[in-house]
Unconditional design. Structure first.
Length: 655
């Protein structure tokens, strides 16, 4: 049953503050090239602005973080607001929550930690809106706050909140805010740890989805955060550390350098570089153009660093894993270079990759795991989220394909460029296994294989679906995994349809058009179509809103009527129609390449272009191609560059 609690909080008397009485911030100025008002993605676009000032302290004896949050909120919408909503994400992990109900209805054995059993997630001890009395209603992870007076367009409001959030080491449900111990030291991942205002946007108004452990959505703005922890913790977070010289003076930074531990055996006991003495340190961060703030802290963190194009890349590894993390920072620099060069420049001053027993993304901070080289894919994926989720801030709760699927696509793209066409070989302790193990092509293993296997079982999911609506299943069940692989496969097929250069130009245009704004699926479609001037509605309709699949075969190859001519008959078995590339290999080994458009658009190609094949479902399911091959035909193959259509056609053969 949903948790509901209506309460009135403590008050501070005073008048309602108009926007003129709230100090403006640099984020909203004309000097910020990334501010949405300075670069509207489409005419009439708007989004809300936020500025968080948070001062918080962690007690590592009780595992409770307490804080004071001052939120300035600007209403840029054309609507008058009478209330606002906040997300209290950690309330999902307690008996009686929506998440609890979901897991129980999936016959999942739910267990909770000591605080969670007491329904302690994020607790608010006081809340004032410009010093006025307010009424609030709490429904599990959503807090509704009525404003003391309407917030008209162009006005702003200041909300002050005192809160406590409880870390818990127990429980069986996947959560991102983590506490765990290694060698007697506590490790903390501070994520979704503060009351975060919900998004009010042009499509839905208020976004009030309960948190069910999947995706997130937040408004862009700025953060000033101070985090006080016991003296022996090493901490990194979203944004620029403004007191770095105080927190990491040169002598301490040298002792913490990851290179000092390059020969330390894996999982050997870490040394104690900073002795806890009962004092605390306050770490200070400032972040611009972000929609969330996260941090990670551990006494055993050791620090690596690299640089690309003036961007600091910082790796944090627990000392016992340092031997396997020596390449993390330089490899991440290469990832950022690929994404920046091919899709659009990274706009933040730093990126942190942290050894944190996870695989999750936050602005300028990713929580990862593994070791060299097997963490390459994880780093490429989580860092890639700073493009699709970070800078392009889609509503991933509503449509996860725009962040998870797009990131799966660029991850595969980067791995092909950085590690090659084939996966890196697996190395184990067994010489026999090492000798006889084989590797797949990166695109197959990382994208197509997962999609094709699910499609072959009949689980060809409609991916234009709410992230929580995949059959009420958990994790990647119910077809949710297709959000990753089908979307990535779709994008590789869009590259196949448009041709490499036009696709890359259009995809980069979408990124640059919508960065630091909130696009939806229709915005992506419109961006690609308007840039290319190509009718792609047939493509997006089929891939996004249907369960159609691609499947073609070669029915026959026979001599034609003219000298040296051959008639090749193709059949479309699947319901999804695509353009077709095929190669004829002559008996003397020469290759002849052909391209059959499926509409009036013809991509740039060196292949011979044949008459278009327009058809779908039961309309024109077969096509006869006339080719002239003086040397005679040895074999005909449909394109095997391993974009999607090709994977479904691997078993094609001539008859």
């Amino acid at each position: 049953m949903a948790l509901k609690n209506i309460f009135t909080v403590a008050l501070v008397l005073g008048g309602f503050a108009a926007s003129a009485q709230i100090k403006d911030i640099p984020y909203r100025s004309k000097s910020n090239p990334h501010y949405w008002k300075n670069r509207l993605p489409i005419p009439g676009y708007w989004q809300q602005d936020t500025y968080y000032k948070i001062a918080a302290a962690l007690d590592d004896k009780t595992d409770i973080i307490t804080g004071n949050e001052e939120l300035s909120y600007w209403n840029n919408s054309p609507d008058t607001l009478y209330f606002v909503y906040f997300h209290l994400y950690q309330n999902a992990f307690q008996p009686g929550s929506y998440t609890d109900d979901l897991h129980k209805n999936n016959a999942y054995n739910v267990r909770y930690g000591q605080y969670e059993k007491q329904r302690k997630g994020t607790e608010i001890s006081s809340l004032t809106v410009d010093g006025q009395t307010i009424k609030s209603e709490l429904d599990n992870t959503i807090l509704k706050v009525w404003l003391p007076r309407p917030l008209i367009p162009g006005d702003a409001v200041k909300i002050n909140i005192s809160f406590s959030t409880y870390f818990d080491a127990g429980g069986s449900i996947r959560r991102r805010m983590k506490l765990y111990k290694t060698y007697g030291y506590k490790h903390y991942d501070g994520v979704h740890w503060y009351p975060r205002i919900a998004v009010y946007d042009r499509k839905f108004g208020w976004e009030t989805d309960q948190h069910l452990t999947r995706e997130f959505y937040g408004d862009f703005g700025a953060y000033d955060v101070e985090l006080t922890l016991p003296n022996n913790y090493i901490l990194e977070a979203t944004g620029v550390m403004t007191n770095e010289k105080e927190m990491l003076p040169p002598d301490l930074r040298q002792k913490l350098d990851i290179a000092n531990f390059k020969d330390k055996p894996w999982e050997s006991k870490p040394s104690e570089i900073i002795t806890p003495d009962g004092t605390t340190k306050t770490w200070k961060f400032h972040a611009e153009n972000v929609h969330d703030f996260a941090w990670t802290a551990d006494p055993t963190y050791r620090i690596g660093e690299a640089n690309w194009n003036g961007i600091r890349i910082i790796s944090l590894a627990q000392e016992q894993h340092a031997i396997g993390w020596q390449t993390a920072a330089p490899y991440t620099a290469r990832i950022i270079e690929v994404y920046s060069t091919d899709f659009g420049m990274y706009a933040y001053p730093k990126m942190v990759v942290a050894d944190a027993a996870d695989g999750m993304e936050y602005p300028m901070l990713t929580l990862d795991g593994g070791f060299e080289p097997y963490y390459h894919g994880l780093l490429a994926h989580e860092v890639g989220h700073n493009w699709f989720f970070g800078m392009v801030g889609s509503n991933e709760t509503y449509r996860a394909l725009l962040d998870e699927g797009f990131t799966q696509f660029i991850e595969t793209w980067a791995l092909k460029k950085l590690d090659g066409e084939f996966e890196l070989p697996v190395r184990t302790g067994s010489a026999y296994v090492n000798k006889h193990s084989t590797t797949s092509k990166t695109m197959i293993a990382n994208t197509h294989q997962g999609y094709v296997l699910e499609a072959a079982k009949g689980d060809e999911t409609v991916i234009d679906t709410h992230s929580d609506y995949f059959g009420g299943a958990l994790r990647h069940g119910g077809g949710y995994g297709m959000v990753y692989r089908k979307t990535a496969t779709m994008l590789f097929n869009l590259q196949y349809v448009l041709g490499d250069s036009l696709f890359l130009a259009a995809f980069s245009h979408y990124f640059n058009q919508w960065k630091f704004c909130h696009p939806y699926v229709e915005d992506f479609r419109n961006s690609m179509i308007q840039f290319t001037h190509v009718d792609l509605n047939w493509f997006f309709d089929a891939w996004l809103t249907t369960s159609k699949t691609i499947d073609y075969c070669i029915r026959s190859v026979k001599k034609g009527n003219a000298p040296d001519s051959y008639e090749i008959e193709f059949e479309r078995i699947g319901r999804l129609a695509m353009p077709l590339d095929f190669t004829v290999v002559a008996k003397d080994g020469r290759h002849y390449n052909y391209y059959i458009p499926n509409n009036w658009f013809e991509k740039k190609t060196d292949a011979k272009i044949l008459p278009r094949w327009i058809g779908w479902d039961k309309i024109r399911p077969t096509y006869k191609a006339e080719v002239v091959i003086p040397e005679g035909i040895s074999v005909v193959t449909i394109d095997t560059t391993l974009r999607l259509a090709d994977v479904n056609m691997l078993n094609n053969s001539t008859k």
